[in-house]
Design a protein around this ligand. Structure first.
Ligand SMILES: [Zn+2]
Ligand SMILES: [Zn+2]
Length: 338
């Protein structure tokens, strides 16, 4: 029997799950951000200002939904000093209910990017307020506190963050890896974390994956240096409302992309069928040395593929690559799901 992982009959909604506004170190107002993204065909936006949980549902309309959240971080320096050559961790906290503005593990040193502290001071502060420590133990406790207080927690821009792989593998309670981050990709051209994602999946970490712009809009939206509209997440909720979108994110009913779209992923027997927008290559990874793939002949593109999963595979994931080397990445689908 055919089993769908991406069902062509299900509507997909375009989302930017990582963005910064004037509330922290971005340049646009939340209203400008909403207008710019709505105009580009996005239906979902999460404004994730640094250490600034905020319910932006005043921006919502029938076709546009904001997801409450913020970006938290931990640095090795107790004073939270930025070190160009040192690691740090950034995580996005997505509130499962729109009015949840809980601020996790308040620490004044980490509020340096917040413009207006007067509103910030009134937030509901939860969890330990001890000095943040850059240890796996502390960070796991931080993540657990966020989860216990109603957040989905994602692991952001692994390349930029420069954390050791073993460290990343030690994190628990993460729901999704930010496999694409456009703001970082623009500066390093390597912020695509497919290899790390396979390492996580091989170790049985059932993280989903998603993409975001992480836009700060220091440059204008029409500049080649604009950090908007480069990486996004397609989300497939049962119903287009807050609860529906959060449920879809939590279940991994989404995929990341920097361009191509995936219309179908299904499996029948050992054959995975993929339908996509025009592609140069379609790849099926299973965590082995031998991904299965098809490549379009020179000057041509393909829009579908049938690729076999071998019997030893514990999971598979799909990547669709277009002519500009932009990628769409599904999450890993584990054996007990097919
Ligand atoms: Zn970040
Ligand atoms: Zn960010």
């Amino acid at each position: 029997m055919k089993k769908y992982f991406i069902n062509p009959d299900k509507k997909q909604y375009k989302a930017n799950l990582h963005s910064h506004t004037l509330l922290s170190d971005g340049k646009l107002t939340p209203e400008q951000m909403k207008n710019a993204y709505k105009e580009k065909g996005y239906s979902i936006l999460s404004i994730t200002d640094h250490e600034r949980p905020k319910n932006h549902s005043y921006l919502n309309d029938d076709d546009f939904l904001t997801i409450t959240g913020y970006e938290a971080y931990v640095r090795p320096s107790e004073e939270c000093i930025y070190d160009l050559y040192g690691p740090e961790i950034h995580i996005n906290l997505f509130a499962k209910k729109p009015d949840n503005e809980a601020y996790i593990c308040y620490n004044k040193a980490y509020c340096k990017y917040i413009k207006d502290l007067s509103e910030h001071d009134k937030l509901n502060k939860v969890g330990s307020t001890e000095t943040r420590r850059y240890t796996a133990q502390y960070i796991n406790k931080f993540i657990k506190t966020a989860v216990d207080n109603g957040y989905l927690v994602s692991y952001n821009h692994p390349v930029w963050s420069m954390e050791e792989e073993e460290r990343v593998l030690s994190y628990e309670n993460i729901f999704s890896l930010e496999i694409d981050n456009y703001g970082c990709f623009q500066t390093n051209a390597t912020e695509y974390s497919g290899a790390l994602y396979d390492k996580l999946l091989r170790k049985g970490r059932r993280w989903a994956c998603h993409g975001g712009d992480d836009n700060h809009n220091i440059r204008p939206l029409d500049s080649v240096y604009s950090d908007s509209f480069g990486a996004f997440t397609m989300i497939m909720p049962e119903k287009f409302d807050y609860d529906g979108v959060i449920a879809a994110m939590e279940k991994g009913e989404m995929y990341s992309s920097t361009g191509p779209e995936i219309y179908e992923i299904s499996i029948e027997g050992d054959t995975v069928h993929i339908e996509s927008s025009a592609a140069k290559q379609i790849i099926l990874y299973t965590g082995s040395k031998g991904p299965k793939f098809v490549i379009a002949p020179d000057g041509e593109t393909i829009t579908s593929a049938d690729l076999k999963v071998d019997s030893r595979a514990e999971y598979f994931r799909i990547c669709v690559v277009d002519e500009k080397a932009r990628k769409a990445s599904s999450r890993g689908f584990f054996k007990d799901e097919w």
